[in-house]
Design a protein around this ligand. Structure first.
Ligand SMILES: NC(=O)C1=CN([C@@H]2O[C@H](COP(=O)(O)OP(=O)(O)OC[C@H]3O[C@@H](n4cnc5c(N)ncnc54)[C@H](OP(=O)(O)O)[C@@H]3O)[C@@H](O)[C@H]2O)C=CC1
Ligand SMILES: O=C1O[C@H](COP(=O)(O)O)[C@@H](O)[C@H](O)[C@H]1O
Length: 509
């Protein structure tokens, strides 16, 4: 089946011959938190990968701002070490850092030592960046977002010139509920225009997430089926095998709902459910996303299952429960798993539930969107040994493998009519040879060229929080917390959520 599809598609055209993307404009990429974990693990490798792809202008430079006492040369050594650890690899395998790229990058890396809360730091940044284009990346704890932007404004660093831009990339978490997200938007917008703010959601940097729009809107055969007449329900899963790791302090006050749903999961839902935009212009896309999120029906307690992992076995190894993790309150009520049944009150989706689940310490690492189509009428098969027709399912795999699978029924060879489920699979890696990616390359590059399509607008963020705010308002409650063994499929109550509707989850593990 896979061969038939591959050969049919190969007649269409040879992949990989699209127009080459243009180089970024020259300018400084200023990273607040330039010595931090995000910078080392994801941002610097992304910049290195962009340099390897020839997408950075010779007038590009990185300016790291942090409080450690370092010289430019020491910082450059730290950057090299980070690139060796996190960038120079192909899959799990380490490869040598490209010396030609490092020779290009090294002199373009500068350090500004200073406290984020001190004006002197901003004066020093101004001296380094001069009047060039600048992107300020806030790779810092959320409590600094407002203060840094205020000071950038006071120092005149975000004033744009006739031919130069000043942009700010804001990391997550963007607020911790609807009121705080609204307040943060208001604060940033006192200094910046909406067009200068790039609110990042790293899920939007993932190729297959972007592919949802390509799949839906560049193929004639999906869109006519993409509605309540043909789709029974949608399942969105973002499952992880890792536990809370070293992040107990952050996670205890956050939990799975805040950490994953208003941002990453909502982006997946919005891209699956949105109407076709009138163009791929950033605002056209974001208008449609906001519209669909605004159409989410207010949640009821019976639509939500909160879970927390208990001790169990992951990858053949015994692991502790969440309450036994270092830094976690032994009586913690923080959820590490959440499942929600969303309803979308619009013409296209009325009556089609969107079930979402996300959690840590589950049976496998898997992010996917499964579109469950309605079954064909059974009538024709009543006089055959076939007792029921399986529904067709289209699964968009986001990670760890990227691709699309279609599940449908076919006749099992033999004299009588018997049906078996078969799969057709499109695998991104098999079809397209892509360079290494952290997912941040696309986002950083898009910000450089001023394309905000994959970033969240203020109303987008607020719509995501608004959809989950009822759950936050109910508060944490021991009665609303179900336990699941680490390494399992999640709490039984999540199965019951679908069983009530005579449906079941696809297996994670
Ligand atoms: N790490 C990750 O994988 C991800 C992180 N994020 C988000 O990115 C942001 C940064 O996270 P992360 O890199 O992990 O955080 P880190 O704490 O590792 O990095 C922050 C850096 O800022 C420095 N710093 C803290 N306070 C000041 C100050 N007042 N003045 C100057 N420097 C200061 C810290 O120095 P010191 O070490 O001395 O405190 C540290 O080097 C957060 O918003 C996080 O939610 C998002 C997705 C993934
Ligand atoms: O933002 C976050 O995302 C990660 C999951 O990201 P992924 O790209 O590995 O799917 C999650 O582990 C983390 O808790 C959360 O803050």
């Amino acid at each position: 089946m896979e061969n038939i599809i591959a050969s049919a598609v190969s007649q269409v055209g040879d992949p990989g011959h699209e127009a080459a993307p243009r180089r970024s404009p020259p300018g400084s990429f200023v990273i607040f938190g330039g010595g931090g974990d995000l910078t080392r693990r994801l941002l610097l490798p992304a910049i290195y990968n962009l340099a390897c792809a020839g997408l950075l202008d010779d007038g590009f430079s990185v300016v790291a701002v942090d409080r450690a006492d370092l010289t430019d040369a020491q910082l450059q050594q730290n950057v090299r070490a980070a690139l060796e650890d996190f960038a120079a690899r192909r899959g799990a395998e380490a490869v040598a850092l490209r010396e030609d790229i490092w020779a290009w990058m090294q002199p373009r890396i500068r350090y500004v030592r200073g406290d984020f809360e001190t004006m002197r730091t901003y004066q020093d940044i101004a001296t380094v960046v001069g009047d060039q284009n600048c992107i300020f990346y806030l790779a810092v704890a959320a409590r600094f977002f407002g203060p840094i932007v205020d000071r950038l404004g006071e120092a005149g660093l975000v004033r744009e010139g006739r031919h130069t831009f000043r942009r700010v990339i804001v990391e997550k978490p963007f607020g911790s509920d609807l009121p705080s997200a609204v307040a943060l938007n208001e604060r940033l917008l006192r200094t910046l225009t909406e067009q200068q703010i790039y609110r990042i959601d790293h899920y939007l940097g993932k190729e297959t997430v972007q592919n949802i729009l390509a799949l839906r809107f560049s193929n004639g055969f999906f869109e006519p089926l993409w509605n309540r007449q043909n789709i029974d329900h949608v399942q969105i899963t973002a499952a992880e095998t890792v536990g809370v790791e070293q992040r107990a302090k952050f996670y205890e006050g956050t939990g799975a709902l805040r950490d994953m749903v208003p941002n990453h999961v909502m982006q997946l839902l919005a891209m699956t459910a949105m109407e076709a935009p009138i163009s791929f212009d950033a605002d056209a896309v974001r208008n449609e996303k906001t519209k669909v999120l605004d159409a989410i029906h207010p949640l009821l307690p019976q639509d939500v299952v909160r879970g927390q992992y208990a001790p169990g076995v992951v990858g053949g190894k015994e692991v502790p429960g969440y309450r036994q993790e270092p830094g976690v309150d032994p009586h913690s009520l923080t959820e590490t798993y959440i499942a929600i049944k969303f309803r979308i009150d619009n013409w296209r989706w009325a009556g089609v539930p969107f079930y979402v689940r996300t959690g840590k310490r589950l049976a496998a690492r898997k992010t996917e969107i499964a579109i469950h189509f309605k079954s064909a009428p059974y009538a024709l098969f009543r006089d055959t040994p076939v007792d029921k027709l399986a529904p067709n399912i289209m699964v968009i795999h986001i990670q760890p493998t990227e691709g699309v699978t279609m599940q449908f029924s076919a006749k099992i060879p033999g004299p009588s009519v018997r049906l078996g489920g078969v799969r057709m699979k499109f695998d991104y890696a098999e079809w397209f040879s892509e360079g290494p990616s952290t997912g941040y390359e696309t986002l950083i590059y898009d910000c450089m060229i001023g394309d905000a399509t994959l970033f969240q607008r203020a109303d987008n963020i607020e719509a995501g929080w608004r959809a989950v705010q009822p759950v936050l308002d109910w508060g944490q409650d021991a009665r609303s917390l179900d336990f699941y063994a680490a390494g399992s499929e999640g709490p039984e109550a999540a199965d019951a959520l679908l069983a009530r509707d005579h449906r079941h989850w696809l297996k994670i593990g």
